[in-house]
Ligand binder design. Structure first.
Ligand SMILES: C[S@@+](CC[C@H](N)C(=O)[O-])C[C@H]1O[C@@H](n2cnc3c(N)ncnc32)[C@H](O)[C@@H]1O
Length: 230
């Protein structure tokens, strides 16, 4: 059985599945179309409860950055908010002082500081090397930090296109992640350096709609063979 044609990062990021202007990029902080609803956690309340100096929030695939923009004026002055998105906000609005908006691919970007809260709300669905991003983001947390990311195990595929989600979820759980299948949500508490036993092969932009109903990317991996001999 041969698998689908896989593409690299540059081709993926130019593909119609990633450059899809019907994506929901405008979730706010709370309410019907919101981070609080999708995450089951209100980022503003969570950050407000933290001690001074521990109120940093990195939002990966931040879209229009509405949730960050709404949180910024409601947080103490020590808060640090960073949003990273491939295309950035499409509406040119003034940026609150606490907020940095970075236009970059989360597949290549890396922060220069750790974060107390890292979110990726329906962003991994468009990233090729999802496991690479998750392991890098795990290392960007503070010691008591919290990472939350929507994740579809069905999007993780073997070289021949077969499902690899169960094996990947088992490896993520062994690395300390928890997975809420109802919300399709991975969480991790506390920074860690982790290596998952999978090698990224490329992305399939033709994988079709995922559980959100929107076209999403298939991420293909082979099992990493570790040499235990000798
Ligand atoms: C469904 S939207 C979600 C946006 C936001 N989190 C929200 O819930 O309102 C997905 C976002 O991921 C962004 N995105 C896709 N691939 C990306 C990449 N490689 N690096 C950074 N952002 C990416 C898109 O530009 C889009 O804004």
């Amino acid at each position: 059985m041969t698998g689908p044609v896989l593409v690299g990062r540059a081709a993926l990021e130019c593909s119609s599945v990633v450059a899809n202007n019907t994506m929901n990029r405008e979730r706010g902080l709370a309410g019907v179309n919101s981070y609080a609803r999708e995450l089951g956690l209100d980022p503003l309340a969570w950050l407000s409860d933290r001690r001074p100096g521990a109120r940093s929030w990195l939002d990966l695939c931040s879209g229009e950055g509405r949730a960050l923009r709404q949180a910024a004026p409601a947080l103490p002055a020590d808060a640090v908010l960073t949003g990273v998105d491939l295309v950035g906000p499409l509406l040119p609005l003034p940026t609150p002082p606490a907020l940095e908006e970075i236009t970059a691919s989360v597949s290549t970007w890396a922060p220069t500081r750790p974060y107390d809260l890292i979110t990726c709300v329906h962003g991994l669905h468009y990233v090729g090397d999802q496991l690479g991003l998750l392991t890098r983001a795990a290392s960007w947390l503070t010691e008591e930090g919290l990472l939350m990311a929507h994740f579809d195990p069905e999007s993780i595929r073997r070289p021949d296109g077969g499902p690899a989600g169960r094996a990947v979820l088992a490896a993520l759980r062994a690395a300390g992640f928890a997975y809420d299948a109802r919300r399709h949500l991975l969480t991790l508490r506390g920074a860690r350096s982790t290596t998952l036993p999978f090698t990224y092969l490329g992305a399939d932009p033709t994988a079709g709609p995922n559980y959100t109903g929107q076209p999403a990317v298939g991420s293909h991996y082979s099992r990493t063979v570790t040499d235990t001999a000798g």
